[in-house]
Design a protein around this ligand. Sequence first.
Ligand code: XIL
Length: 347
Amino acid sequence: RDLAKKRRLPLGAAAPVFCLHDEADGGKYTSTLAREFDMVELENELKPPAVWTGPHEYRFSDVDYVLGEPGKKGWAQQHKMKLRGHVLVYASDNGYTLPQWLRSSEKDLTKEQASGLLHDYILALAGRYRGKVAMWDVANEAIDDRPNNNPFNLRDSLWFRKLGPEFLVLAFKWAHEADPKAQLYYNEYGIEGGGPKAKHILELAKWLKDQGAPITGLGLQYHIDCRTKIEPGDGHYGLIEEIRKLRLSYMITELDVAVPAKPLPASDPNRGLVANDPMDLDRQAHVYASVFRMALSSKNCRGVQLWGFTDRHSWIPGFSRGRNGAALPFDGDYNPKPAYSAIATEL
Ligand code: XIL
């Protein structure tokens, strides 16, 4: 935290709200997070399924704990941490991204009703925390992995079906209306290093700007692994240069560097916490260093955020069904790994 501050680089970690209570892991979670980072993002509790309980009905209790009710302070302000808001529109249709009541009411919704609901949602949420959120992911993961015939290869989501690609322009305009000082991002995975999806994100960003959407920049997730190579002149640096040419900023938003995990049964509490090859932890340290080097070398980077910080609470083991893990700079007992010193050296 101190080193990053000297470099003026906002440095964050995603955290589930239950870990932001002082009793979590005997106090180690909150004390480590507040010591090492100056920015936090809620891992799931600001996503539409968590907040948007029904038409014009919202559940703010978890977010209030972190940001405070209107006029009050929450955990983040008490620890002098910026908040990265994730995410206003998660542009796909599953239980993690879209509330069930909305999924099941799609056939009865007119275009006007859909747009009215989204407008109210963004105003209610981003408006409630106006001035307390440093930057919002306005839209997340709207681009499909496989080629389709939609503009910018957008996913076939409820918002796309009802409103067309315009839903993205509207979401940015409404987020700005709700909280004019917040930076606003379009966030995506699988674009690191270039490729067809990276091409689409650049085309989309240019179009958003041309449409007058108040976009600050692109969020590059960076869920990568210990074999990833990042060097000046390659596709990683190339994408950042293309973003700069569009006069946009970027943030690394969900950095983790997975390694193959020791195969352990699902019931083993150490599943996903132990690298199968200890040498991979050194490879991982190099990869973390290379990401920070890139971020610090570019003028348009507005911060780096990790997707968690301790292997104890990382999404990677669950997501990979135990095949990968140990993806973060602190081990499951909150001890710094080689990646930690590698990051500190870059800073
Ligand atoms: C993940 C969370 O970490 C998990 O706890 C949850 O089960 C699924 O979502 N890209 C994103 C994040 O933008 O919201 C995802 O978070 C990880 C991938």
